[in-house]
Design a protein around this ligand. Structure first.
Ligand code: ZN
Length: 523
């Protein structure tokens, strides 16, 4: 139970009078209002989940109207004058608050400022545009028609700039977008981290792809074909349950683009199935499970306050990537799951030795599509999107010129040039709902995951042996204690410092890639 409740029972100094109001009822009322706002936010999320999982194509406009209506109610709740009055009273009497209460008040103030500075009309317009944008992107991608998406994307950039201006970030719009997903992050800081990472990654990718093992890994992966969806579904359900996902408090469905939404006792994950790419749905599912484990591990009693909220997108992504990569591509993990995979798919796996299967799992192959990228080349895709977004927001690049700029940057950074926009600039969903500045969090999440992994190994050197026995409980309990139950106490940079004793940097990640992939491919 949280500190603020324990202290409430003691009846300490926090009951001092404040402008006619004591801190205790003021804090209780604030919590009630924050929880109500949170509940409305989860309704909006559920509409979004349903939109990507179930909605008939003809329902798009109706859903846009539903999104706009709920966004309006949510915004009214988040910007209610009563919250402002309570925050004012609590801040004036902050001396009587516990550290946890002060944390809740500080974050509530930040969220309140954000909500009150955005006009209701803007919020409504943005919500409707975001829903329309998603469907426009689906159509444009299917038809490989970037031109039809140009007006949507132009509008989204304009809305993002207006949002930044409302919140006082004029002239620093891209910094605002970065800070929105990961507080404290700036273009300059990301530039520095990505510069260092790119210097290390490019020669490593070159060494791996030039290795004779690369061909063997590709051949092994090519053997994995013809996996019926029902078998894949059963396998990933077992695996995700094994690592700790609680299906009493969550579910997994199918969508075009895998994602995880919801929180607490109702976490919604999605995946996709391809008969000839069984590892794609498996690793997408484990990735989303990492997000789901984080949401299931947040303190449920504090949902809606900073104590029960996640700490930003980079921390979220560190959880998904740690399970997807450090854990589920390890030898220990495969010693455990390989027999079950072979039992479910005896003919499909018959042609592969255990070592070949492990190589297929750790195939490194530059690809045009980010979500299909292996973990070695993955961050090159993020660096590419960061370069595009920076230029879009500085005005250096117009939306209509994006496809050509994308192709040139892809050739330079990833080493491949797409022949269609579907495999290039249109591949990702994010820009369709204005999620600019989001991609860098993916990369920072990878860096944090590697730092957390080495810290866990220092504390528990025999982790992989436990994985081989199908025991993931220590790692999950450690993440619960160090990350999940901390709520929003620490942002990504602070969490790295506190848990791993080091600043967030590419060092641990590069070490991890060298150890895992260097051993497989280069040495
Ligand atoms: Zn993710």
């Amino acid at each position: 139970m949280a500190e603020w409740r324990q202290r409430a029972r003691l009846g300490d100094a926090r009951c001092s009078k404040l402008a006619g109001m004591t801190t205790e009822p003021a804090f209780a009322e604030l919590t009630t209002l924050l929880k109500r706002t949170h509940a409305l936010g989860t309704v909006a999320e559920l509409l979004g989940w349903d939109e990507q999982v179930n909605l008939p194509p003809g329902g798009a406009e109706q859903r846009a109207a539903q999104h706009a209506a709920v966004a309006e109610v949510h915004h009214a709740a988040a910007s209610a004058g009563r919250i402002g009055a309570l925050l004012g009273a609590l801040e004036a009497g902050a001396g009587g608050l516990t550290p946890d209460e002060r944390l809740v008040v500080a974050h509530a103030r930040k969220d309140y400022e954000r909500a009150t500075k955005l006009p209701a009309e803007f919020v409504r317009e943005k919500a409707a545009q975001s829903s329309r944008g998603y469907h426009a992107w689906v159509r444009a991608k299917a038809a490989d028609d970037f031109a039809s998406f140009v007006p949507v994307l132009e509008k989204n950039v304009e809305l993002a700039k207006r949002e930044a201006a409302y919140l006082g970030w004029s002239g620093r719009e891209y910094d605002y977008m970065l800070d929105k997903h990961d507080p404290g992050l700036t273009t300059v800081a990301v530039d520095r981290l990505f510069g260092e990472l790119k210097r290390e990654l490019v020669p490593l990718v070159r060494a791996i792809t030039a290795s004779p093992t690369a061909g063997r890994a590709k051949a092994a992966e090519t053997t994995l074909r013809g996996f019926p969806v029902e078998g894949q579904r059963a396998f990933l359900r077992e695996v995700t349950e094994l690592i700790g996902f609680d299906y009493e408090r969550g579910r997994i469905d199918v969508s075009l683009h895998p994602f995880c939404s919801g929180t607490g006792s109702d976490v919604r994950m999605t995946t996709r199935f391809k008969v000839d790419e069984p590892l794609d749905s498996l690793f997408a599912s484990i990735h989303e499970t990492g997000h789901g484990l984080y949401e299931q591990g947040l303190p449920a009693a504090q949902a809606g306050t900073a104590l029960g909220q996640h700490a930003g997108m980079a921390v979220h992504e560190s959880q998904s990537r740690l399970w997807e990569n450090q854990v589920a591509r390890s030898r220990g993990f495969w010693r455990n799951v390989e027999p079950r995979l072979r039992a479910l798919f005896p003919t499909q796996t018959a042609g592969l030795t255990g070592e070949e299967l492990y190589l297929a799992v750790n195939l490194v192959e530059p690809t045009l599509v980010r979500v299909e990228a292996d973990e070695v080349t993955y961050n090159l895709h993020i660096i590419l999107r960061f370069e595009m977004e920076k230029k879009l927001f500085s005005g250096e690049l117009a939306v209509r010129d994006l496809p050509a700029a994308w192709c040139a940057a892809s050739r330079e950074i990833v080493g491949l040039e797409p022949s269609t926009d579907r495999a290039g600039v249109l591949q990702d969903v994010h820009w369709s709902d204005g999620a600019f500045g989001y991609f860098p969090s993916y990369c920072l999440g990878n860096l944090l995951a590697a730092q957390l992994w080495y810290r866990a190994l220092t504390l528990r050197p025999g982790l992989e042996e436990e994985f081989a026995r199908g025991d993931f409980s220590w790692l999950l309990a450690w993440l619960r204690a160090e990350v999940h139950t901390q709520g929003r106490r620490f942002d990504a940079l602070e969490l790295a410092r506190r848990v791993t004793g080091e600043e967030l940097s590419p060092r641990a990640f590069v070490r991890y890639l060298r150890e895992r992939y260097g051993a497989l491919y280069v040495n």
